[in-house]
Design a protein around this ligand. Structure first.
Ligand code: HEC
Length: 183
């Protein structure tokens, strides 16, 4: 049996590709479920869906791949999405770029003595659909939705956004051992 020698740069490259694909899958499955929930129960009803289902959808995906998928934001709605000490400087760099009109790219950092890769990618508000829950509370979010939001998220900081705004970031912890298995 031939033992494959792996160069560090190949491993990082693979972690980047995998992080991109997991974050896309996560985004897709949240958006699909959200659209279904809105179609079924309307926007205020879909708040309950996000409240109950958003985190479990991400933990199912995490289990499926042996990684940890989450979203982090300084303008969080769910307080559990506040950035960790590791995530903070990366999120601040994305915020700095957004404020200065620069584009941000996905990023990989080594954490836990290089045993884990922290993949991050900015989440930008892609379209008007998001604004029915994250837009202007006076003109874009309806009364019933505002009520639901204040009931479930008394500390909500995730309103007042526009299309194109930085909303937060994907944050995926990928064990190096899982990346190596893929090569
Ligand atoms: C039906 C209302 C609704 C819509 C529409 C909606 N969201 Fe949210 N969003 C929520 C709720 C509720 C949470 C908190 C979820 C939780 O408790 O885990 C949330 C959380 C988030 C978070 C996690 C960070 C945080 O603030 O806790 C991000 C990122 C996010 N939304 C982005 C988006 C984007 C991008 C869109 C459009 C594609 C969108 N949302 C559309 C209701 C909505």
């Amino acid at each position: 049996m031939e033992v494959k020698r792996l160069v560090e740069s190949e491993i990082i490259n693979e972690a980047m590709i995998w992080g991109d694909s997991i974050s896309k899958e996560a985004q897709q499955s949240l958006i699909t479920s959200l659209q279904d929930a809105i179609a079924l129960n309307g926007v205020p009803g879909a708040i309950d869906f996000c409240n109950i289902q958003a985190l479990p959808i991400l933990s199912d995906l995490s289990q499926k791949y042996g990684v940890q998928v989450r979203r982090a934001s300084n303008r969080y709605r769910n307080p559990s999405d506040q950035p960790t000490d590791e995530e903070k400087p990366i999120l601040e760099a994305y915020e700095f770029n957004a404020e200065n009109g620069n584009k941000s790219d996905p990023n990989i950092q080594k954490v836990e003595n290089g045993e884990v890769f922290l993949y991050t990618k900015p989440i930008v508000i892609p379209g008007g659909m998001c604004l029915s829950c994250h837009g202007d509370p006076k003109s874009e979010i309806n009364e019933a939705t505002l009520q639901k939001l204040s009931q479930l998220y008394p500390e909500d900081k995730a309103k007042g956004h526009k299309v194109g705004d930085l909303r937060g970031m994907w944050s995926i912890r990928i064990p190096k051992s899982e990346v190596v298995k893929r090569l």
